[in-house]
Each structure stands twice: as C-alpha cells, then as structure tokens.
Design a protein around this ligand. Structure first.
Ligand SMILES: *[C@@H]1O[C@H](CO)[C@@H](O)[C@H](O)[C@H]1NC(C)=O
Ligand SMILES: *[C@@H]1O[C@H](CO)[C@@H](O)[C@H](O)[C@H]1NC(C)=O
Ligand SMILES: *[C@@H]1O[C@H](CO)[C@@H](O)[C@H](O)[C@H]1NC(C)=O
Ligand SMILES: *[C@@H]1O[C@H](CO)[C@@H](O)[C@H](O)[C@H]1NC(C)=O
Ligand SMILES: *[C@@H]1O[C@H](CO)[C@@H](O)[C@H](O)[C@H]1NC(C)=O
Ligand SMILES: *[C@@H]1O[C@H](CO)[C@@H](O)[C@H](O)[C@H]1NC(C)=O
Ligand SMILES: *[C@@H]1O[C@H](CO)[C@@H](O)[C@H](O)[C@H]1NC(C)=O
Ligand SMILES: *[C@@H]1O[C@H](CO)[C@@H](O)[C@H](O)[C@H]1NC(C)=O
Ligand SMILES: *[C@@H]1O[C@H](CO)[C@@H](O)[C@H](O)[C@H]1NC(C)=O
Length: 496
C-alpha cells in the first residue's frame, strides 16, 4: 500500500511539478448594478488577482482583460452545450469567435465546458464528451491545444462515500460519462475540475462535521479525522474532498490527473436558518483556504502537490434567487469595497495589502454640525483640499449636507497626508473606516474603481451569467452515512 501511494505521488508530481499553485476568483454577474468590465479589471489589478474564471465568454470582459497579464478561464454555459456537442463546426466557430479572436492579447488558459453537467443536466451528459473533444480538436486545428486546457467542472456530489477518502468512488451511474472523461483529460494533460463547498457539507451534516473542521481551524488531535485504511490525518473538509476525488479516480484506474478546484467559498450573510453564514466565518474560511493553497501544503495523500483554487466569488450577486446566503458569497460589493478584509499577512502575493487594507476618513455620524462646518472650511482652505467636486452641479454636490461634504474633504485630506496618524481627527469629528464612502460617480480617493478609466470602446456585459452553489452536498451525504454507520469514520481518541 505504501509503495502504491508513493508511486501515485510520484506520477502526479512529475506531471505537475512545474505548475505553481494559484488562487483565482470566479466572476458571477447577477448584480443589479454590474460594474463595467473596465471597472472589474481595475479591481482585479488593485487586488493583484492574476487568475479569473468567467461563467461565459463575455466579449467586453475578454477585451478589458487584454494585455493585463491576468490568466483567464472562460466557460461554455450549459445552454450552449447541446449545440457544440452535436456539431463539430459549431464548436469550431465557438473557438474561432471566443478564443482565436482574443488570444494571446487575452491570456485564455482554460475552457470550462458546461458546469456540473451530470448532476444538473443529466440529459446533456452524453453530449458532454463530444463537446470536449470538438472544442479540443478546434484548438488543435488552431495550434492552441498546448496553451489552453479543456475540462468540465463537476459537483462533488458525484463522489460517493467520500469519508474515509480512501473508500471514495464515483456514483457508478455516471461511469459511461466519467470513464471517457478521465481518458480525455489524461490524453490531453488536463485537470479534473471539482467544485468544493464545505459550507454545504457542514450545513447538511446535522452536527456530524464540526464547524472548525470545515473552516480549516486547528482541531485537537483527538478530533482529527483519520482514514482507517491509510492512517492519513485529515484536519479539514477541503483536503478530505480533494483526496476523495483522487481515490475515486484511482478506483477507475486513473492516477495522474491533477485536481483543479473551480469553485470554493463561504457566504458572509444568511437567513435566520443559516446561522453560520457570517462575516467572521466567511473571512476565516477564505483566508485559511488562500493560505493553505499558496503555502503548497498539498493534501495528506499528495503532500506538496497544491491544489489551485478559484474562490467563489468576486462580487456579491444581489440578483441571485434563493436564500439570503446565495446573494452573499462575494468578496466585494459592486463599488469594489471589500465585504470583509481578508487576513492574509503571510500570503503576500494575492490581494494587495494596501487596498485589502484600504481605509477612508469620514465625518462622524451625529457630530456637532458647527464643528463639522469649521473642519470642512479648514480642510478646503488652509488644508489645501481640492473641494471643487462639491460645488453645485459637480459629481459630489449631492447629497448637499455638511456631513457628506465634510466626509469628502476629510478623506481627501487624509489621503493627501499619506494617511498619517492624526490626519483623520479634525477635533474628534472624523473617524477612519474601511467602508468606501464613494457614491454614484462621486469617487473618493483610494477607491479601487476609478470611473474616469471607462474605456468606451469596450462594450458593457451583455449577458447575465453565473453559477449557483446551491445543492452541492456530495461530501456531507457520505460523511453523514459514515458517521451513522460508525464504521468508516475513526476519530482518533488518543489511539496513535
Ligand atoms: C499566459 O499564461 C501562461 C501561463 O502562466 C504563460 O506561460 C504565458 O506566457 C502567458 N501568455 C501570454 C501571451 O502572456
Ligand atoms: C472536427 O473538426 C476538426 C477541425 O476543427 C478536425 O480536425 C476533426 O477531425 C473533426 N472531428 C470530427 C469528429 O469530425
Ligand atoms: C447516483 O446517480 C443516480 C443518477 O443520477 C441517482 O439516481 C442516484 O441517486 C445516485 N446515487 C447516490 C447514492 O447518490
Ligand atoms: C482497474 O484495474 C483492475 C485491475 O487491473 C481491473 O480489474 C478493473 O476492471 C479496472 N477497472 C476499470 C474501471 O478499468
Ligand atoms: C506552511 O507549510 C509549512 C510546511 O510546508 C507548515 O509548517 C506551515 O504551518 C504552513 N503554514 C500554513 C499557514 O499553513
Ligand atoms: C503584504 O504585506 C506582507 C507583510 O507586511 C509582505 O510580506 C507582502 O509582500 C505584502 N504583499 C504585497 C502584495 O504588497
Ligand atoms: C493596515 O493598515 C494599518 C493602518 O494604516 C496598519 O497599521 C497595518 O499594518 C496595515 N496592515 C497590513 C496587513 O498592511
Ligand atoms: C482616476 O484616474 C484618472 C486618470 O488616471 C486620474 O486623473 C484621476 O485622478 C483618478 N481619480 C481618482 C478619484 O482616483
Ligand atoms: C480602449 O480599449 C481598446 C481595446 O482594448 C484599446 O485599443 C484602446 O487603446 C483603449 N483606450 C484607452 C483610452 O485606454
């Protein structure tokens, strides 16, 4: 057994040793005020996000991403799958319109064909393999198959009995799709794409999965889950799920396809029956996930082989139907303000410190109006703040209140002074905040999105398209069953 494991580690590392782990971000667009592609890209740059995944192939986004160095995974929505999977020439047209016309200015690295097709559109599953093959052969014809990988994101619910991971296997009903899929991924050097949602696994486990285990928080040794077959210790749901995917592939005799996590995240707000959708948990999950991925810890089965992951997601999508949590998976609001400030001091390369730690100076709500007016007059006079944007008819005139005008002037002064201590005080009527006070086209200094950068040659997004993380309960079901049977989960009670 040890020897077999060793061999597996070896194969995967030789295939993917040269790839660096990355954190990317999914960009869903079901927002009532979706930012213009140029603003989206300004936010990505400000946050040093270098990998994104789109849920379609929006032309405006692809143009805005050109010459930015950002690597782009684009998607073929499920609605287009049938057409492409049934016609080689439709696939070739799609590639020529959406890839060839943008590459290499836009660095498209990956095509996600469909989304969770077996579990959400079982009838389309038979055409999925053809769609993958047709897209790939069109890439070959354009000599782009080495630069661009083709795969299809799957829901983790296709993996059954995922704990202990060594016993995981795919729902055999899907073998007619999975066997040729794995063969295709193997022969084209592509990834096994998996969406992993420990939040749902935890929610559905009725207390079997500890919250800390889902959130990557340290567990006491006697709470760590141990796979009785391999004696591997699992300290979080994410790793267990990735390893379950490796074992499920091995069950079909495939051992050299790396896992790429196409979606993972945690909602920051929920309805009253979703008490664990909180800012604190979302921040903990995403911060820990980012550190885990970038630290190249790997999983217990494949230590050191890190699993690149696309966070779900960039923006809160207020138009998403369903429970409140559905609208609150985002890291940013439509103005580019962080919903919470990720704790990433030791992660460095992604999410720039300065904007992730962006601060603004605002007038205190309820402060004495005379003191505010005096401070405002001072800032716009001796303080040398350019207050012209607040003149009647200018972008920051409305709302015409002392509070709003003072906030504008205080923030400008604070940034003008390099955010030095004491530059946001104004006799106690000002306070530092992380909430961007920009409104409409009145943009405050330091806000990531700069409306003046709008490039009118780039069209706005024309189609709302996104994915829903609803009902992805693969891990939970298996974990729960295992827990009930009491035979598979071995909690180490000082056993080793
Ligand atoms: C695109 O990204 C890949 C992967 O990082 C890199 O090797 C390649 O040089 C990039 N291509 C362009 C045109 O920037
Ligand atoms: C599909 O088209 C490509 C060129 O785009 C060609 O190389 C390939 O042989 C075709 N495949 C089938 C099954 O017709
Ligand atoms: C396996 O997939 C089939 C087809 O979707 C489904 O009917 C069945 O319930 C699944 N089995 C389990 C154990 O989830
Ligand atoms: C995997 O390999 C074993 C042993 O060679 C064989 O018995 C089994 O049928 C294979 N399974 C598949 C799905 O190919
Ligand atoms: C990063 O990895 C090292 C070993 O590779 C480990 O000691 C350390 O705890 C890890 N840090 C985090 C934050 O996971
Ligand atoms: C963020 O801050 C940390 C520690 O202060 C530093 O090591 C890292 O390089 C910074 N990252 C960026 C992108 O500035
Ligand atoms: C965030 O900003 C505060 C105040 O300017 C500063 O003390 C702190 O070190 C910053 N944190 C990071 C991670 O840059
Ligand atoms: C926005 O960008 C323009 C052009 O680079 C610059 O002149 C302007 O000062 C910026 N505005 C803000 C609020 O950052
Ligand atoms: C606008 O975008 C187009 C296409 O990417 C580019 O050619 C043009 O230089 C851009 N204009 C400005 C002002 O940035």
């Amino acid at each position: 057994m040890a020897f077999v494991l060793f061999l597996l580690v070896l194969t995967i590392s030789t295939v993917f040793a040269d790839e660096d782990a990355f954190i990317g971000v999914n960009i869903g667009t079901e927002l009532s005020d979706m930012p213009h592609p140029t603003q989206v890209v300004a936010l990505l740059k400000a946050q040093q996000i270098r990998h994104v995944r789109l849920y379609n192939s929006d032309r405006g986004m692809l143009l805005a991403l050109a010459n930015t160095g950002i690597k782009v995974a684009i998607s073929i929505p499920n609605e287009q799958l049938l057409g492409i999977g049934q016609s080689n020439s439709t696939a070739a047209n799609w590639v020529s319109q959406n890839i060839v016309s943008h590459y290499p200015a836009t660095n498209i690295t990956t095509i996600c064909v469909g989304s969770e097709v077996p579990t959400t559109l079982p009838n389309a599953a038979p055409v999925l393999i053809n769609a993958l093959k047709y897209i790939h052969s069109a890439l070959v014809a354009s000599n782009l198959d080495r630069q661009i990988k083709v795969s299809t994101p799957l829901a983790s619910s296709i993996i059954l009995d995922s704990f202990p991971p060594s016993q995981a296997f795919f729902n055999h009903s899907w073998n007619p799709v999975l066997v040729p899929l794995l063969k295709f991924l193997q022969s084209t050097n592509s990834y096994f794409m998996l969406n992993i949602y420990p939040y749902f696994d935890y929610m559905q486990s009725n207390g079997v999965i500890p919250l800390d285990y889902a959130l990557f928080k340290p567990l006491p040794a006697n709470k760590e889950a141990v796979d009785a077959n391999t004696l591997l210790h699992y300290s979080n749901v994410f790793d267990a799920m990735v390893d379950a995917a490796y074992f499920a592939m091995a069950d079909l005799n495939v051992t050299n396809i790396p896992v790429l996590v196409t979606e993972s995240g945690w909602p920051s707000k929920g309805d009253s029956n979703e008490p664990d959708a909180t800012l604190e948990n979302a921040n903990t999950y995403n911060s820990n996930l980012i550190r885990h991925v970038l630290n190249k810890t790997g999983t217990p089965k494949h230590p050191g082989i890190s699993v690149s992951t696309f966070l779900y997601e960039l923006y809160n999508e207020d138009m998403k139907p369903g429970p409140l949590s559905e609208k609150n998976w985002g890291l940013f609001d439509p103005n580019g303000n962080p919903v919470y400030i990720l704790r990433l001091t030791d992660a460095g390369s992604v999410f720039a410190n300065d904007t992730a730690n962006q601060t603004y100076c605002t007038a205190k709500e309820g402060a004495d109006e005379k003191m505010l007016q005096a401070a405002l007059d001072w800032a716009c006079g001796p303080g040398k703040v350019d207050c012209s944007a607040m003149l009647q008819g200018q972008v920051c005139y409305e709302p015409d209140t002392v509070l709003a005008h003072a906030t504008y002037a205080f923030d400008a002064y604070y940034h003008q002074m390099g955010k030095t201590p004491g530059s946001c005080d104004f006799n106690g009527v000002a306070a530092i905040t992380t909430t961007n006070p920009s409104h409409g086209s009145c943009l405050f200094l330091g806000s990531g999105t700069n409306g003046t950068l709008l490039n009118s040659t780039i069209p706005a997004m024309d189609s709302k398209s996104s994915d829903s993380p609803q009902a992805k309960f693969g891990f939970l079901a298996a974990y729960f069953v295992a827990g009930v049977l009491g035979c598979a989960v071995l909690f180490l009670n000082g056993l080793i």
